[in-house]
Design a protein around this ligand. Structure first.
Ligand SMILES: *Cc1c(COP(=O)(O)O)cnc(C)c1O
Length: 228
């Protein structure tokens, strides 16, 4: 077996184990394979080993791979920062967007969504640790952006996403994810289409599953370190 196939088996086993350990329903956590900077060939190996969901950050790079892998029934997630001149191609080529963090981007994605593909699935990206990164809505703005996404015809509000500042200690990782989970639960009561909490990466996905993640975004642990 290739190392990608072995990594998929190992991470999938970890996910099932953490679901049991933290009393989460079995199969409630989806593995989103983050394939940025990795080849279409690597994605193909993962697809043949049962992975359907792939995350990409860079539009041009992603479009080539989406086209090259057209014969597979894959679900493509845009997870990188979004410039407004990129919204059309994102709306036309992706199934999900996890990085909506301002109203202008939400409106453009809705207007530009290809009608025959149904609504685009959207997670609103939340910035939990304000100074660390420029991406993501503040907790204060998150509710307003969710309200807008919920009413735009080209979008379906699916949930929240966050990339907390990297933390070495498990308890600190859990504290950030808990903060997002509380916000998610409050909003999901208002918006019944919200079923997705996109949090957890290669180094912190156990803590994310413990705190209610439903979709972990794994790159390095699955495809190896990224070429620079
Ligand atoms: C690159 C990236 C990941 C994957 O990170 P790893 O540490 O390689 O697992 C997850 N989410 C986002 C938004 C990313 O940009």
């Amino acid at each position: 077996m290739t190392s990608i196939a072995k990594d998929i088996d190992r991470i999938t086993a970890d996910i099932r184990q953490f679901e049991a350990e933290y009393e989460r329903p079995q199969n409630s956590v989806t593995l989103l394979a983050v394939s940025k900077k990795h080849s279409a060939q690597s994605i193909e190996i993962a697809a043949q080993h049962g992975i359907h969901n792939f995350g990409e950050n860079y539009l041009q790079e992603a479009l080539g791979k989406i086209q090259a892998l057209e014969k597979y029934p894959l679900i493509w997630h845009f997870i990188g920062p979004i410039q407004s001149n990129k919204t059309k191609a994102i709306a036309e080529n992706f199934d999900w967007v996890h990085s909506v963090d301002r109203e202008k981007i939400a409106r453009r994605l809705s207007e530009q969504r290809t009608k025959d593909r149904g609504a685009l699935n959207v997670c609103v990206q939340v910035n939990l640790s304000d100074e660390q990164s420029k991406s993501g809505a503040t907790l204060k703005n998150t509710a307003d952006i969710c309200a807008l996404v919920a009413q735009l015809p080209g979008l379906t509000l699916r949930g929240l996403m966050a990339i907390p500042a990297p933390q070495s200690y498990y308890q600190d990782q859990r504290a950030s994810f808990n903060e997002l989970n509380l916000e998610f639960k409050a909003l999901a009561e208002r918006y019944p289409t919200m079923d997705t909490l996109s949090m957890g990466m290669s180094n912190d996905f156990e803590a994310a599953i413990a705190e209610g993640s439903t979709m972990i975004r794994i790159g390095t642990a699955l495809f190896g370190s990224r070429p620079v």
